[in-house]
Design a protein around this ligand. Structure first.
Ligand code: NI
Length: 655
């Protein structure tokens, strides 16, 4: 219910966190469970719905920018679902738009030559089919495994490696592990050398590749509570108390916190999406980002072993962060006064699956905001920083990825990705080691790999028309202009076309990028801007002509800029359907046109890579590795935007 001004979280929101029925809802409100149900029913009734069709995803068909930006509270907006269907009779992929308001299928399009992403049902169907398959059972028995209940199967996406089965067939390449007992960490015991190819359309095993007999590693490696003999005894309680409640308000999916405002979205593929991010300045909300999301994540593995070399997942495009999102728990995943948002997705049959508490919203103390001591007068001014955190966590097989968007009082936004979970492992005969991985237990190693995250930022710095400028710091040569040899300056270069805007980080020139608005100038008569400040980063080590490099070509540049294209959507850097795709789609394809990105509605894509040569301490469960980047105001405000943050109430500080 976005028709009223913001209220306390609980008062205007129905029990399931969605807007009440029949109210005029904001065009970006995610579909409710009831709306998904309606959309599925309309789709199923249509003559176009084939006998063997399944639902790959159902979500809000996001309205055009014009509809969103001209929306007036109280106005009724057509509610539409965007549906991806998979036809199991021939692997066909169909995109449909269903009008829930008009109760009809508005469009229905066949997308040739692509595979839909892996759907959740297929995870379980694949494991069940393998466990019941006599050839697979035989291969396990050869290895001394007779209790098939202790077998676990990870359904890895097949990729594109020239196997004739990849051509037109919908397949998974399943890898196997075995538990020592119920509750035991399966990843301690890979069944190496054994690969199963599974036909998702016909739900049957099509090939068992038994390459070599590798002994199952002998040691258990457990991390769950029941296996920990003694916990440390000196941990005292730490409670977060907000006696007057949090400082944010929630109305439907609209969030307001101090001067920030934005809307929460949730999709099958991206999980958490943030819309219409703005900051109130002088009583007016100034837009900064129209739409913000993690758009893809690719994990190339760097091991030549027959079982390992084809591990390379596109975790959003081939699976889905929303589909794999966790239900978060108070006191464990998040601490303090929390507001949760549920995520509504559906299974293959179109049955609604509500992920309870999929998105967490809360405030955190974040140390120092600013401080100065006037040493002459001993006057101290200090402010504590507080941040608003919006997060969700997805479990993609062995790994966990936490996506945390932090909003700060000085106008900055930060992405903090937390990587944790369990290493995907491999086995070796006793006495052998691997050049391409780290031994983490006897006969057990963790292959080297990388994680590439691509964030899509549909920018709107003080309006839709922006220009991206690269900033490098340059030292003046010694000479008449620099007589003392100390001088350096910031060199600005406008990135005017898509090709010019494909850039890499350069820590030695302190490189960053500014998203400027040449049409809105600050009081020093410069274009207002936000700057994108890179953090940890790396390039892929895969060769440019390798399969993964072709399919994930977006990974080879850290910055891409494209003009916003309403018609083509252009949401995903490796294309809409990377599953089994040969590559070439997405950013490299669109930017070949070399469109202008000067003073226009721009989308900024930032790619960051995490390099993972595993260490012993990453086992048996990885302590969080954090990485991210920052967006900071840069001439957007006339001065420090956090001057009006009040001092701590007396009694909170020692003086
Ligand atoms: Ni890793």
């Amino acid at each position: 219910m976005a028709t009223k001004t913001a209220t306390k979280p609980s008062s205007k929101v129905s029990k399931n966190g969605t807007a009440p029925k029949k109210a005029a809802v904001h065009p970006l409100e995610p579909l409710t469970a009831a709306e998904i149900k309606d959309a599925v029913a309309i789709m199923r009734k249509s003559k176009k719905f084939g006998e063997r069709m399944r639902f790959a995803s159902v979500g809000l068909n996001e309205p055009t920018k014009k509809v969103v930006l001209s929306y007036k509270p109280g106005k009724a907006v057509d509610r539409e679902a965007f549906i991806i269907l998979l036809d199991n009779s021939d692997s066909g992929v169909y995109e449909a738009v269903v009008s829930i308001t008009k109760k009809k299928v508005s469009s229905f399009t066949h997308i040739p030559g692509v595979q839909a992403s892996v759907i959740l049902d297929e995870f379980f169907e694949c494991e069940a089919a393998l466990k019941a398959d006599p050839t697979f059972q035989e291969a396990l028995k050869k290895r001394g495994i007779t209790n098939f209940d202790l077998i676990t199967v990870d359904p890895w996406s097949a990729g594109n490696y020239g196997d004739y089965l990849e051509d037109g067939q919908r397949i998974l390449r399943a890898l196997t592990w075995v538990r020592a007992e119920e509750g035991d960490n399966n990843y301690a015991r890979p069944v190496d050398g054994l690969i199963a190819i599974y036909d998702q359309n016909n739900q049957k095993v099509v090939r068992i590749e038994d390459h070599k007999m590798v002994p199952i590693p002998p040691e258990s490696s457990n991390y769950s509570q029941k296996y920990i003999k003694e916990f440390r005894q000196d941990v005292k309680p730490l409670d977060i108390i907000q006696p007057e409640g949090p400082s944010f308000t929630v109305d439907g999916h609209e969030v307001k916190w101090q001067k920030w405002s934005f809307r929460i979205g949730f999709t099958h593929r991206e999980g958490l999406v943030l819309h219409t991010i703005g900051y109130e300045d002088d009583g007016k909300v100034r837009p900064i980002i129209y739409r913000l999301s993690l758009a893809e994540m690719t994990v190339p593995y760097g091991d030549t072993s027959i079982t390992q070399y084809r591990k390379n997942a596109f975790d959003l495009g081939e699976y889905g962060f929303g589909m794999l999102a966790n239900s978060l728990e108070l006191g464990c995943d998040c601490l303090g006064e929390i507001h949760y948002f549920d995520g509504n997705i559906c299974d293959a049959q179109g049955e609604v699956m509500t992920i309870k508490n999929a998105v967490c919203l809360h405030e955190e103390d974040s140390s120092l905001l600013w401080k100065h001591t006037d040493f002459r007068t001993e006057e101290v001014e200090v402010r504590r920083s507080r941040r608003l955190v919006v997060s969700n966590i997805a479990t993609v097989g062995n790994y966990e990825y936490g996506i945390y968007w932090n909003f700060y009082q000085d106008g900055s936004i930060e992405l903090d990705v937390k990587l944790t979970g369990i290493l995907s492992t491999a086995a070796l005969p006793a006495g052998e080691t691997s050049k391409h991985g780290t031994m983490i237990a006897p006969q057990l190693y963790a292959p080297n790999h990388q994680h590439f995250f691509c964030t899509r930022m549909d920018m709107a710095v003080d309006g839709q028309k922006n220009t991206v400028v690269e900033m490098n710091t340059v030292a003046d040569p010694m000479g008449p202009e620099n007589p003392y040899g100390n001088a350096f300056y910031g060199q600005a270069t406008e990135l005017k076309t898509e090709q010019e805007a494909q850039r890499l980080i350069d820590p030695f020139s302190a490189r960053y990028w500014k998203i400027t608005n040449p049409n809105s100038r600050n009081w020093m008569d410069q274009p207002v801007a936000y700057k994108l400040m890179p953090g940890e980063n790396v390039l892929p080590f895969a060769q440019p002509n390798s399969s993964i490099a072709k399919r994930g070509a977006y990974m080879f540049k850290h910055l891409w800029v494209t003009p916003y294209n309403e018609k083509r959507r252009e949401l995903f850097p490796a294309g809409d359907y990377p599953n089994q795709h040969a590559g070439g789609d997405g950013l490299p394809n669109w930017t070949a046109e070399d469109r202008s990105v000067e003073n226009t509605d721009v989308v900024v894509w930032y790619v960051m890579g995490h390099n993972h040569l595993p260490s012993l301490e990453d086992w048996p469960v990885m302590p969080v590795a954090s990485m991210g980047f920052k967006l900071r105001p840069s001439g957007f405000f006339p001065r420090n935007a956090a001057l009006d943050v009040p001092p701590q109430p007396s009694g909170h500080c020692h003086t």
